[in-house]
Design a protein around this ligand. Structure first.
Ligand SMILES: Nc1nc2c(ncn2[C@@H]2O[C@H](COP(=O)(O)OP(=O)(O)OP(=O)(O)O)[C@@H](O)[C@H]2O)c(=O)[nH]1
Ligand SMILES: [Mg+2]
Length: 204
């Protein structure tokens, strides 16, 4: 849950990277961790709880502190869920208190069923927390664009972003950091807009 402190002008938000197994969620956090210093502000330690083969077992966690935005000292807590289907209980736990979501889809044709299944699983898990995508800011990232087997963006849009209010979507090749900060900047902007504007309106 976002924590906003008007007195100290501090805002803390939780962003969860969600998506199918091996889609590139952990890679996004690794790239943010490696490159954030110059781009956005100070960073904390990247904590990864993974198996020996680098599959996320519980989650990854990366706190980053942005330079003051609109006079607020802003802390973003970035989490990834384990994408493997069997770890659903863990995904539900990590989603608790989520403020914003980045859905990392794998662009490869053969991964489309996994993408669709993971997106439906996200909606189900939000529902079990009495939440829905209509109230939680989220963005889509179509990752692995560098691979020759990547499906056209229009196809991904049709499968994952075919609704009345479309979410912002970004193409990415997270392993070479392409699109990683574009995605993060958009979700943080959406969250700042939501929380700072809302709370200023309440105060006014
Ligand atoms: N070619 C290519 N490979 C990528 C890209 N992004 C990630 N990968 C590779 O895909 C594999 C899986 O990436 P991870 O970041 O571990 O995927 P994940 O979504 O965290 O997977 P789980 O933890 O199992 O849910 C790794 O070998 C990455 O190097 C990309 O943009 N292009
Ligand atoms: Mg992972």
């Amino acid at each position: 849950m976002a924590i906003i402190n008007q007195a100290t002008k501090e805002l803390q938000v939780k962003i969860v990277y969600y998506g199918p197994a091996l889609g590139g969620k952990t890679t996004n956090l690794v790239q943010v961790h490696n490159n954030v210093q110059t781009a956005q502000g100070s960073k904390g330690k990247l904590v990864s709880l993974a198996t020996s083969s680098d599959r996320t077992l519980f989650f990854d966690f990366l706190p980053i502190e942005a330079v003051a935005i609109k006079g607020y000292k802003t802390k973003f807590q970035l989490y990834t869920v384990p994408g493997q289907v069997i770890y659903n209980t863990t995904r539900q736990l990590v989603l608790r208190g989520v403020d914003g979501i980045v859905f990392v889809a794998d662009s490869q044709y053969e991964k489309m069923p996994d993408n669709v299944q993971s997106f439906a699983n996200l909606e189900d898990n939000l529902k079990s927390l009495n939440l829905s995508l209509s109230e939680i800011p989220y963005v889509l990232q179509y990752n692995k664009r560098d691979l020759p087997t990547a499906a056209p963006v229009e196809y991904l849009e049709y499968l994952l972003n075919n609704r009345e209010t479309q979410a912002p979507s970004f193409t990415a090749a997270a392993s070479s950091c392409q699109g990683v900060f574009e995605t993060l900047n958009m979700i943080t902007r959406m969250l700042l807009h939501k929380f700072i504007n809302e709370s200023q309106r309440r105060v006014a």
